[in-house]
Design a binder for this molecule. Structure first.
Ligand SMILES: [Zn+2]
Ligand SMILES: [Zn+2]
Length: 452
C-alpha cells in the first residue's frame, strides 16, 4: 500500500551500490595479480617486504559487496519491493566502505565512552623525513612512536601541575600518509585533554604553554628510543643537531570545549580517517594510470596504477593493530579500574551514551543512515518499512536468484578467493549524486595538514 504522506516525496532513497563500478575497485581488480608478481623487483626497496596479510586484505576487498558471495533479501512490508544486500569484508583501511563504517562507530564510541567533558586539543607530531624509513621496515616501531608521543605530552602537561598523580588523557592514532597516499609518512594524530585529571575526580585546565618545549621533549624521547632499539647512532643525532630546522613538527590545535560536541566527533573520525578518498580518484584502464586530486582540488597528480597500489598497501597496518591507542586517564587499565569502582561517572563523557552494546552500535542500517543520510530500511517505491527477510548463502540458490534478476555476471574473470567467507553486511550507498564520503569525514576547522 502506498504511503500517501507528501513529506516523503523529496527523501533520498537508498540503492545498494555496485562496488565493481568504482574506479578504485577496477584498478585493484585489474592490477592486483601483476602487482604481486612485480612487487619484489619494483617496490620492495621502497615499501618493504610484501606482507601476506596485505594479500588477504586485497582478496577480501575484491569480494566485498559482491552479490555472488552471499546476500540478504530486504523486502518492503507494504508493497513487496525487494533489494539484495551483499556481504561486506569488514577490512579496515584498504576497503573504503568498511573503513568508513568503522570511522563512524569509532567517533561515537570515543565521544560517548572514552573522552571526558573537559577541554581537549588536537595535537599532531611529525618526524624528519630521514627517520621515516625505520618505521616502514620495522612496523613494530610504530607502537614505540605512539608511546614517545604520549610520554612527551604527559611530561609537557604534568610539568605545570603540582599533583604527582595528575595525568592527562590521550587517544593516539598513527597515520602513515599525507594528502596524497604516495610515500610513507608516519606521524601521530592525538586527541589530548588540555590539562590533567586528579585522583579525586577533579580536572585542572592547563595554562597556555610554549609548544616549542613539547617539540623538544618529543624529539628527545624519539631519538632516545631509536638509539635504544639500535636503529640509529649518535652520529645521526649529531647530524640532526646541525640542521637549522629540526624536521620535528608540532601542530597544537585550538581548545575544543565540552559543548563543541560536533567538532569533537569530527576530530575523532578524522584521526582514523582512510588513506585516500574514492571521490578524488580516477582510473584509466587503457593507460594503467591513476589520477588523484588533492583535498583542495588545486593539484592533480598522475600515478602508475601499480605504484598507486603499492602505496595503498603500505598504509594497511599489520593484522590486529589497533587504529588508536589510549593513554593516561583514558588508558584501558585506568578506564577499567574506574568502571569497577563505579567512579567513571564523576566526570561525564563528551557525549551522552545513546546506545549500549556492540550490536546496536554496529547496526548496519543505523550506520548507513548516519553516513549517507539515507535509510536503507525505507522502501524506495512507497516509503514503507523494509526488513531483512532471508539470508541467502547456498550457491545454487544464489545463482538462481541472481540469474533471474539478470545480475549473474559471467564475463568477469575468475580469481583466487579469500580463505574465509566475508561476514557482516555491505554498507552500500547510492552512486547517484548525493553526500560524498568526504563530506562526512570533514577536516577539522583548522588546517591540520598545513604543517606537513
Ligand atoms: Zn514499498
Ligand atoms: Zn569491505
Amino acid at each position: 500500500m502506498l504511503n500517501p504522506c507528501p513529506t516523503h516525496i523529496n527523501l533520498k532513497v537508498y540503492r545498494p551500490r555496485k562496488p565493481q563500478d568504482s574506479a578504485y575497485y577496477r584498478c585493484v581488480e585489474d592490477c592486483f595479480e601483476t602487482f604481486e608478481q612485480v612487487y619484489q623487483e619494483r617496490f620492495e626497496q621502497k615499501y618493504g617486504f610484501f606482507r601476506p596479510y596485505v594479500r588477504q586484505v586485497i582478496y577480501r576487498y575484491l569480494d566485498c559487496g559482491i552479490l555472488k558471495n552471499g546476500f540478504a533479501r530486504v523486502r518492503c512490508e507494504d508493497c513487496g519491493h525487494e533489494y539484495l544486500l551483499a556481504h561486506s569484508c569488514k577490512r579496515r583501511h584498504f576497503c573504503p566502505s568498511c573503513h568508513q563504517k568503522r570511522v563512524v562507530e569509532f567517533g561515537e564510541w570515543l565521544c560517548q565512552e572514552v573522552v571526558k567533558a573537559v577541554p581537549h586539543r588536537h595535537v599532531v607530531l611529525s618526524i624528519p623525513k630521514i627517520l621515516r624509513r625505520y618505521f616502514l621496515y620495522d612496523r613494530k616501531l610504530l607502537s614505540d612512536l605512539s608511546r614517545c608521543g604520549w610520554e612527551a605530552l604527559k611530561a609537557f602537561y604534568t610539568a605545570v601541575t603540582r599533583d604527582q598523580k595528575a595525568v592527562p588523557g590521550a587517544v593516539v592514532a598513527i597515520q602513515t600518509f599525507g594528502d596524497f597516499p604516495q610515500g610513507f609518512h608516519p606521524h601521530l594524530h592525538i586527541l589530548v585533554s588540555d590539562g590533567c585529571f586528579h585522583g579525586n575526580g577533579m580536572f585542572s585546565v592547563s595554562p597556555t604553554a610554549d609548544t616549542k618545549a613539547l617539540e623538544q621533549i618529543f624529539r628527545h624521547k624519539l631519538l632516545k628510543m631509536l638509539v635504544a632499539k639500535g636503529k640509529i647512532t649518535q652520529d645521526m643525532i649529531m647530524l640532526l643537531d646541525k640542521w637549522r630546522h629540526t624536521g620535528f613538527n608540532v601542530f597544537f590545535g585550538p581548545r575544543i570545549l565540552p559543548r563543541q560536541e560536533k567538532s569533537m566527533e569530527t576530530l575523532a573520525r578524522y584521526i582514523i580517517r582512510a588513506a585516500f578518498s574514492q571521490e578524488r580518484m580516477n582510473y584509466h584502464r587503457e593507460t594503467g594510470q591513476v589520477q588523484y586530486r588533492s583535498k583542495d582540488g588545486k593539484e592533480i597528480k598522475v600515478f602508475d596504477a601499480l605504484e598507486w597500489l603499492a602505496a595503498m598497501c603500505s598504509h594497511v597496518p599489520n593484522t590486529g593493530k589497533q587504529m588508536a591507542r589510549y593513554y593516561g586517564f583514558y588508558s584501558n587499565v585506568a578506564r577499567g579500574k574506574r568502571k569497577k569502582t563505579d567512579a567513571d561517572n564523576k566526570i561525564p563523557c563528551f557525549l551522552e551514551p545513546e546506545l549500549t552494546g556492540k550490536t546496536s552500535r554496529r547496526n548496519w542500517a543505523r550506520l548507513i543512515q548516519k553516513i549517507y543520510e539515507v535509510d536503507p530500511l525505507v522502501c524506495p517505491k512507497c516509503f514503507g518499512a523494509m526488513r531483512i527477510i532471508a539470508f541467502i548463502e547456498e550457491p545454487d540458490v544464489m545463482k538462481k536468484i541472481l540469474k533471474h534478476l539478470g545480475l549473474w555476471d559471467v564475463k568477469r574473470k575468475p580469481r583466487p578467493v579469500a580463505n574465509a567467507p566475508p561476514i557482516d553486511f555491505f554498507p552500500a550507498y547510492d552512486q547517484q549524486p548525493g553526500p560524498s564520503a568526504d563530506d562526512y569525514i570533514k577536516d577539522p576547522d583548522y588546517p591540520a595538514e598545513a604543517y606537513f
